[in-house]
Design a protein around this ligand. Sequence first.
Ligand code: SAH
Length: 419
Amino acid sequence: MCYAIPGKVVSVDNKTVTVDYFGELRKAHIIDTMVQPREYVYAQGGIVVGKISENEALPILETWKDHFFELKKIDAGLSILDKVSFPILKKVETLTKNEMLTLLAVEDKSELDSFYHTANKIRKERLDNACCVHGILEFSNYCSNNCLYCGINCSNKSIERYRMSEKEILDAVDYAVQLGFKALVLQSGEDLYYTDGMLVNIVKKIRKKHGILLFMSIGERSKDSYKKLYEAGAYGALLRFETGNSKLYTHLRPGKKLEDRLQLICELNNIGFVIATGFLIGLPNQTKKDIINDILLTKSLQPDMYSFGPLIPHPATPLTSVPKPTLDDILKVIALTRIVDPEAKILVTTALETLSFDAKEKGLMAGGNSLMINITPQKFKKSYDLYPGKVIDEPLEETVKKTVGLLHSLGRAPTDLGV
Ligand code: SAH
């Protein structure tokens, strides 16, 4: 669990530290930051990503002190569950596939409410109110793939292609860190213009300057390439398998094989990467059974974070006329995932926000406990056109302010973003 407020190291046991956050003890792994008891650290995704001096930590903790407990009270108040109207909702982690299908088929408003409330209560009981907020920097929209669902696939000649220079990437990262982000994702299409060496340099420069958890989301590269990036200091990887239905996968990702993608995810896990993975919901010919298999497949990959979201049909792709999933279609998957894997970090994705203005709030109240904010500079944002309907004109500071406000109103500790 990533409490990205400074925590005080209580003990160090080989490569594991125990960190105290106002009396709550959490564990984190040491990779490249040597720490001693009584030092203050930042931990993200279960990894110590940086140290902070006592002089700097104490004033931050002072501002957090009362706030920390106040937020927990708000969350507890919003998580009260009077009664569970649905018998199968009493079963956590032991649902059969048929029961999962029943839950995905719920339409009745009061049944849906109990379903979401139950998931939210499980989130509260198991993980309390911490909410990770990661920033995503889309540094290139060049892509050598031709995925049928994706607006930046190589066949789309109608978008302006861009590549951010090293300096542009470093500046955008500096700005995000200045705003309080402690975990960032560097994402691009599959773009071999950026050699391993170039990416390693960028990662090293970022990690030398900032105590943050860095995720790479650059698609399929060799295990060796990823290993170099890990050694350079990028300890996270975001790589969805998109769909666990291999027939559908091959159809939607011409020339690609599901087993290769899954194998890569396993290899990244073995290297030690913090893994975020998941799938798309609303693909043509995808059944409810496929979705349940996808939740279970994600779970079997032992991710640090579930990242699944709606397919938003892009007008310049062959899937343009596929109907968009509804907000409830996605909320049901969030809630079911929470029940199937109670201690999961479940991301409320940026794509979900295109379905409804209050999607972030609804997702967080249906079992979600992580958010992603787009930190791509304004001038590139509109060209990273994976799907239509992205918010592109809101200044980043404004988005951060709104998000922190939302999290406070829900009693969640937006601990990646400071107070
Ligand atoms: N090259 C990287 C990043 C791909 S884009 C990789 O291969 O992992 C990031 C994610 O956007 C994809 O994994 C896909 O799940 C999602 N995506 C692409 N097109 C989309 C669409 N039309 N609607 C919603 N999500 C989409």
